[in-house]
Unconditional design. Structure first.
Length: 273
């Protein structure tokens, strides 16, 4: 009997933990619960704060101001902006409206726009500063005079008298059709034409006509004296101007003048007639 009681006693002692261990397990459970509760609590506060900021009527865009337009219609651009704002809930908030989306979309829809920047005016006014493409040259084809912007695109609209007197006019003898908004020439060609246009008067050479024939890689400039300067637009303008002056000085020393042309299209060489 004694042996049985001893066995029973030992068996029952394994089913219970000491008070100290019980408290340790209980404390760990409480700490784990408190930790989870804190995480959930702070996350809830953060989410509520973000929602309050996004949904706040105080920060909702109520007014759009557009500045910098020169040829574009203000109401049309404003309608485009309103459409962009309505495309996303975040875009209706003055803090979260996407400047990149407005810039890229307006440029995509309006070839005349070079850049569109936004200014956030507290608390619900969005100001958009538009920079339109600058006119670079005038282009004559099929009897029509067009404006080419600094990125080589054809601009719709008749050029003003001021532009006609301040920009070079290139005549396309092939009379190819020009479509508004289409990129007709490269930026490099525009840069070349403008450099030649500015450099010739500095060398006392008066140009009366700029022409291209089959390609924009060659430029033909008719002078007031009657001869034509043949240029390669893929080579630096400064080098060809230097060669031109050298040829003219040499001819002057010989008591001659170019009667038909001076050809500078081949690098390191010059031909005249």
């Amino acid at each position: 009997m004694n042996q049985k009681r001893n066995v029973k006693h030992r068996s029952s002692s394994k089913q219970f933990l000491p008070d100290k261990e019980k408290r340790t397990v209980s404390n760990k459970k409480n700490m784990s619960f408190k930790k989870v509760f804190k995480i959930v609590f702070y996350c809830s506060i953060f989410i509520a704060f973000i929602y309050a900021v996004v949904a706040s009527p105080l920060l909702k865009i109520k007014k759009v101001e557009i500045t910098g337009l020169q040829t574009l219609n203000n109401s049309e651009i404003n309608d485009q902006v309103e459409k962009i704002l309505a495309s996303s809930y975040l875009n209706q908030n003055i803090l979260f409206v996407s400047a990149d989306q407005i810039n890229s979309q307006l440029k995509a829809d309006n070839y005349q726009i070079a850049k569109a920047e936004i200014v956030r005016i507290p608390f619900n006014t969005l100001k958009i500063v538009v920079k339109e493409q600058k006119p670079s040259i005038l282009w004559q084809s099929n009897g029509t005079l067009s404006i080419f912007t600094e990125d080589g695109r054809a601009y719709s609209g008749e050029p003003s008298e001021e532009l006609k007197s301040s920009l070079p006019t290139v005549v396309d003898t092939a009379n190819l059709e020009v479509t508004a908004g289409a990129q007709v020439v490269s930026v490099g060609f525009l840069d070349f034409v403008n450099k030649i246009y500015k450099a010739l008067p500095e060398k006392n050479i008066v140009a009366t006509k700029f022409e291209i024939k089959d390609t924009t890689t060659e430029l033909f400039v008719t002078t007031q004296e009657g001869y034509v300067i043949r240029l390669d637009s893929t080579r630096p303008a400064s080098e060809q101007i230097t060669d031109l002056v050298t040829v003219l000085d040499l001819l002057k020393q010989q008591g001659k003048k170019p009667l038909e042309y001076i050809d500078l299209r081949i690098n390191g060489k010059a031909f005249y007639k």
